[in-house]
Write a protein that binds this ligand. Sequence first.
Ligand code: RIB
Length: 335
Amino acid sequence: MTRKVTIRDLAEAAGVSVTTVSQILNGKGERFSLDTRRRVHQLQEEMGYVPDFNARNLIMKSAQTIGVLVPNLGNPFFSMFIRGVQETSRERHFIPLIFGANHDEKLESYYLEELIKRAVDGLIIASASITAEAIDNILKKNGIPYLLIDQNGGPSVDRVQINDEQGGQLAADHLLALGHEKIAVVMPDDPTQNLQIRLAGFKHRLAEHHVDLPENAIVHSAMTKLGGYQATAAVLAQHPTAVFAINDETALGLMRGLHEQGLSVPNDISVLGYDDIDLDEYVVPKLTTIHQPVVTMGQQATGLLINRIKDQRQAAQLVDLPVDLRERESTAHLK
Ligand code: RIB
């Protein structure tokens, strides 16, 4: 097996020093003759020299790498988030290392520690179970810049936040405008901070219109298609005319369950989701939902984190992103 061509091989072939080659290849060679620069680039091509990024890291003390931890890669919400992360990472010449921990706290801690061992420059953590002590013990003690999305564990220095209270209010306004007052909600046990705010916005708006949401009208399930499907019987036991599912995956699973019970959405029961994932347009009926600008969220989170990596002393950065209602076919006026 031939060994990898090194910068030393290239320098010897070109008859110049390693420093000269490094400066020319890093675009800082204007002080060398055109002939020297041309010879170095031509030999790089002929010898197939590719800079060793690990060696460069040692000099630059930066891997230009960020770790991204999300709960569930199978949820289109997070794959759209990652699309935004990748777009901004590429623009800023960083590489994202992406992991989905499926709400498994042990797996999450494993990935967190492995990412830190690999000297990532910063972390974006959009995970449900990250704890304040993990943040303090692993991240703060290691001086690793990080940005939390949707999470518990206290405010990270920089924040990209979606106006979830407004989202909950928009959901309530929509169902109230359709005449619904007997409403069920489906959401996970132990919800993250943003989901709690979302539900609070929903409940408070109902209360402003003297509509009650009793505790037993809140059905708990995993925030997945299967979770929504498995919640069907508990939802129907409340005899609601409308259901607010805390995210689209839950809504889609619930719609499948309602269909299997012979119920028509929205003629027998309205279903409202939250996220606006791409699947919403391809199910029958199309899902009415609250739109989250999730690609922008990924872009902004990455931008703020890279800013922090480049200057850890800068003032806290805050980005607020709006939500809006996307009315489709799964909600209708109370018969
Ligand atoms: O669908 C995933 C959910 O987890 C989204 O609503 C997002 O806000 C996160 O909390």
